[in-house]
Design a protein around this ligand. Structure first.
Ligand SMILES: Cc1cc2nc3c(=O)[nH]c(=O)nc-3n(C[C@H](O)[C@H](O)[C@H](O)COP(=O)(O)OP(=O)(O)OC[C@H]3O[C@@H](n4cnc5c(N)ncnc54)[C@H](O)[C@@H]3O)c2cc1C
Length: 305
């Protein structure tokens, strides 16, 4: 079957695009690895999405997913590996070797956590090293853990983990903490966190599970060791766009260039909405807004094709 539209990704941008496409009557397929994207990893409540003064990430995802699933669109759980142009249409292939064809495509695959790129990272993923405190935090009950990254994400993770773990080290590479004052205040009140600035992580060590990390104290140039059982990575994210080479242009941060008016990429009929494009402000509401914009633009494109 040929679709009018394929949406790749099930975060706020993809779910909003799906709701709009369904209501516009486009024959639509949404392909995603998971629902909710980064919101599902949110450790403390969301307080800046209109209509909800305070809502947990999991609850907001559930509400968006329920709304999406009321639309007459098809959903395929899977990972997209390639998007190609076939004559006038697009061919989208998944990891499980399925192929789907559509007149237009909206990319909304968002962003993945930025890796640490230090020895031990790959070996200890799932064995003490985590990129998602909401998912893995409870495993570390009464243990000592480290959070790498002193921005808002790192501090929000500390706020969440303080209810579970015994002690938290927050390691920040620069000499200044970037998290908002309010988050810093809350973390201070928990009295479980020790903040170490000017710390360059060097290695993650252990046997079957993580048992320590080493870092360079950038002031003294000394290598120091911390005995820990868990490590949470909160050093930002990178666009999840590796499957779409050739059809789009990227900026220096590997974000997809789009037209402001429509979210269209350099390829007619191919749109990119949410955290994976060049938009400066990566938020749930901006991702949802761009999902809506891209779906409306895709509708116009399909009508005029
Ligand atoms: C810890 C944290 C806290 C945050 N707190 C807030 C907050 O309080 N308020 C706020 O407004 N924003 C917050 N954000 C930012 C917000 O979550 C993002 O801006 C938003 O989720 C971006 O939405 P998106 O749909 O573009 O991408 P994502 O949320 O990244 O979703 C991408 C989706 O695409 C899927 N996907 C990826 N690759 C593929 C593929 N190859 N094939 C198929 N599917 C794929 C993923 O499974 C996922 O479902 C936070 C982010 C983080 C990490």
């Amino acid at each position: 079957m040929k679709y009018d539209l394929i949406i790749i990704g099930g975060g706020p941008a993809g779910m909003t695009a799906g709701i709009y496409a369904g209501r516009l009557g486009l024959k639509t397929l949404l392909i995603t690895k998971s629902f909710g994207g980064q919101i599902a990893k949110k450790a403390v409540s969301i307080e800046n999405y209109p209509g909800f003064e305070s809502i947990s990430g999991i609850e907001l995802v559930q509400k968006m997913e329920e709304h999406l699933k009321k639309q007459k669109i098809n959903i395929e759980m899977g990972e997209v590996r390639k998007v190609e142009k076939r004559n006038k249409d697009f061919l989208v292939s998944t990891k499980s070797k399925k192929e789907f064809q559509a007149k237009a495509v909206i990319l909304t695959s968002g962003a993945d956590p930025r890796p640490l790129e230090v020895p031990g990272e790959k070996e200890f993923i799932g064995r003490g090293l985590s990129y998602c405190s909401v998912c893995d935090g409870p495993i570390f009950k009464n243990k000592v853990v480290a959070i790498i990254g002193g921005g808002n994400a790192g501090f929000e993770t500390a706020i969440f983990l303080a209810k579970i773990v015994k002690k938290i080290y927050i390691l920040e590479y620069t000499s200044k903490i970037g998290a908002d004052e309010i988050n810093q205040e809350i973390v201070k009140k928990t009295s479980k966190a020790e903040i170490i600035t000017g710390a360059a992580l060097k290695e993650i060590k252990g046997k079957d599970f993580v048992n320590s990390i080493t870092y360079e104290d950038l002031k003294t140039k000394k290598i120091k060791t911390l005995k820990i059982k868990g490590i949470f990575v909160e050093i930002g994210s990178q666009p999840a766009t590796s499957y779409v080479n050739g059809l789009v242009d990227f900026n220096e941060r590997d974000e997809i260039k789009v037209e402001f008016e429509t979210c269209q990429t350099k390829t007619p009929g191919l749109f990119a909405a949410g955290d994976l494009n060049v938009g400066l402000f990566k938020q749930i509401v901006t991702a949802a807004g761009e999902g809506a914009k891209a779906a409306l633009a895709a509708y116009n494109y399909v009508q005029n094709k």
